[in-house]
Design a binder for this molecule. Structure first.
Ligand SMILES: *Cc1c(COP(=O)(O)O)cnc(C)c1O
Length: 382
């Protein structure tokens, strides 16, 4: 840790995220919407949920949108709805829920390495894995990590060649676009409304979009214990519904989502411009065929300096986070899958290098500048 005093004079606290600012900016509207549900005393399913689902379907330009209890459940129910019990190819560098849901649905995750530049699953490595052994592989679950769309053109081509289902983990990526289309407009796509996601509820929540009528019916059945009609069960499902109160909050917030993403992009551009000449850093890349959702602004810190930079920023009251410190192929709970250190090296290196900086939409310009000044100061001395 650096002992040196901060020399730029100004001291402030920069939180990694501050949800209060967003709430305060639309408090009356949200409270009114919640009160409508309280007055109705209709908390499970009903009109408010349906209206929100319709609005997300419209927003994502997709036929069906089905609210569920969490992003994790969105993944779980999707794997179930696709009748997948074999292997599901997915990224090793993601939040645990991606693989946890695959396992809990009765399938097995097969972990694939990421591309160094994008943090997303590497299509070439998917192909290689399939060429070596495709006996048991039934689906691919790409993750659009940090808000950046995965290489879907290549993934769709591979899935077509090998007859694989595609279930997208877009928990971090609502509002992002790929080839001019919203994420969630094509295949079965899973979203999360965890409070810190781009569209955050006041608790847990999730949603699945799909254009497939049959899959939609199945997911709608699975979320109510598999009942169709009520009290008659051909399949065993779950209790996994989006609460009406959450839908009431989210429906208000949905109108603001694009504006908030614009702010995230603006913040990302400020960082990009200010940090681009620091040799020890690699900054997030965006390509022309996408709109990055920037749920996270995640840099790489080379030469094993990540933890030292994080400590330094902590000492200056600047909140940062490491997403994720251990790739999933090395998690103890998956030891029976027999992966070992050195198997998926891009992800392992990323785990040592990544650092996410504050990017939330309501971040003040001075807070970003203070963060930038301190990062520059750290590398000046290194
Ligand atoms: C947040 C997240 C999930 C899980 O969503 P919850 O709503 O918290 O259950 C799944 N996958 C990824 C990549 C996530 O970031």
């Amino acid at each position: 840790m650096k002992e040196k005093k901060y020399e730029l004079g100004k001291i402030m606290k920069v939180q990694f995220f501050d949800l209060k600012r967003q709430y305060n900016s639309i408090k009356d509207e949200i409270n009114f919407s919640i009160n409508t549900v309280l007055d109705s005393q209709r908390f499970i399913m009903g009109e408010v949920v349906e209206e929100f689902e319709e609005n997300v379907a419209k927003y994502c330009n997709c036929k069906h949108a089905i609210g569920v209890a969490s992003g994790t459940d969105a993944l779980l129910l999707s794997v179930k709805a696709h009748d997948i019990f074999g292997d599901v190819i997915t990224s090793t560098f993601t939040f645990f829920a991606t693989a946890g849901a695959i396992h809990n649905a009765g399938a097995t995750p097969r972990f694939i390495d990421i591309e160094h530049e994008t943090f997303n699953i590497d299509p070439q490595k998917i192909k290689k894995n399939l060429k070596e052994d495709d006996k048991n592989i039934e689906a691919v679950m790409p993750v659009h990590l940090f808000g950046k769309p995965a290489e879907m053109d290549e993934i769709i081509e591979i899935a077509d060649d090998y007859d694989l289902a595609i279930i997208e983990d877009a928990a971090q990526t609502i509002g992002a676009e790929y080839n001019g289309k919203k994420i969630g407009s094509t295949g079965t796509t899973c979203f999360s409304f965890f409070p810190t996601k781009n569209l955050g509820g006041f608790g847990d929540g999730g949603l699945i979009t799909t254009n497939d009528d049959e899959i939609a019916v199945k997911i709608k059945t699975l979320r109510v214990h598999g009942a169709k009609p009520k009290y008659y069960h051909h399949i065993i499902g779950y209790n996994s519904r989006l609460d009406a109160i959450q839908a009431a909050v989210l429906d208000v917030k949905l109108k603001y989502l694009d504006g908030w993403i614009q702010n995230r992009i603006k913040n990302a551009n400020i960082y990009n411009k200010a940090l681009k000449d620091i040799e020890e850093l690699e900054l997030p890349q965006t390509s022309n065929n996408e709109k990055h959702g920037f749920n996270q602004y995640t840099i790489r810190v080379k030469y094993n300096l990540r933890d030292e930079l994080k400590d330094f920023l902590d000492s200056r009251d600047i909140g940062t986070a490491v997403y994720y410190p251990l790739p999933l192929h090395l998690q103890p709970c998956f030891s029976s899958l027999n992966y070992k250190k050195g198997d998926l090296t891009n992800a392992e290196l990323a785990s040592n290098e990544v650092l996410s900086l504050p990017i939330f939409p309501e971040l003040e310009k001075e807070e970003i500048e203070y963060t930038i000044e301190n990062i520059i100061e750290f590398f000046k001395d290194n």
